[in-house]
Design a protein around this ligand. Sequence first.
Ligand code: TYM
Length: 357
Amino acid sequence: MPVSKSTGKAKSIKKPDVKVPIPPKQKRLVSGIKPTGQLTLGNYIGALKQFVKLQDEMENTELFIFIADLHAITTPIDRQELKKNIRSIAAIYLACGLNPEKVNLFIQSEVNEHAVLGYIMESTAYIGEMERMTQYKDKKQKQTEGIRTSLMTYPALMAADILMYDADIVPIGDDQKQHLELTRNLATRFNNLYGDTFVVPEGFFPETGARIMSLSDPTKKMDKSNENHKSYILLLDDLASVRNKIKSAVTDSDALIKYDVKKKPGISNLLTIYSSLTNEPVKEIEQKYKDKSYAVFKADLAEIVADALRPIQQRYFEYINNPKLDEILNQGAERARLIASRKIEKVFKRLGMGRVK
Ligand code: TYM
């Protein structure tokens, strides 16, 4: 501190009259994909493409994107297949354009705190809430015996995945809407019971393409677990079969290229795919194909889908056997563990658990 020459006392320093701007609070974005199979065009349009868009558009936001492998054991899965899927999804994330400089990319099971907070969320949720989840009801119907408890409690783990990082925004497809709503309820309930602990997150849904439908039955969601391989397009399908699948997609017989989900679900789904991949509004696409046949429209769409997948497939093969992929996953897990361990400490403190003061 400076000293006055005349009095020998410490002089107070006059603060400069400059306002230092307070940096805006960093936002967090969280999302994940379950490695139960290969990824589909639905996953790409509903989720992956949105992650990349938000990564590039949102300023001052840290992204946590993970491979939700704990979610993959809610139904039986072969260990080799699971291993393969985990690595494959990691490579696909990068191939689709996620930038490890901006995104913490990690494997959920490598951050132990997810399971811990998952249990705490189970202890916040009510059984009735879990039983009401439509995805659980659908999946339960398909299985007659050996339904695992985690199939029902899984939304509590998903809530934990999101609340762990104080996510402000969660980009997901339509089918995850109910789980996000539950997450918001659990966060609010916990905060009311134990004091402010979690950020109540907002869902982010794509304007077009939040629910890409099956190509063989356009009233059902495009889903990798469908037995009919022609009903979905995998991101790693060879391009000849991609074109074939689009060309043989179910449409109606009136040959009018018009968006009408109720009366013309097949062509509406194809228009949605077209619009999502080209960013052209559906109305303009309808206009462009006003006097054209379904065959012409499908042939053009087949090329659009092939063009979208080609670079992803090329980059995928650059990553899949590259040790750089492990470095990126290690780095992501390290950052995630740091945030997660602090959060668990806070949660334990709120609950009065262990010896945390
Ligand atoms: P999952 O693995 O089933 O799907 C991953 C993402 O892809 C979206 N999606 C679709 N979007 C449009 N059309 C479709 N046909 C389609 N099929 C899938 C899903 O909506 C999802 O966004 N529970 C989640 C994984 C998860 C998660 C999380 C997501 C676990 N923890 C935390 C967000 C935040 C799941 O099973 O997604």
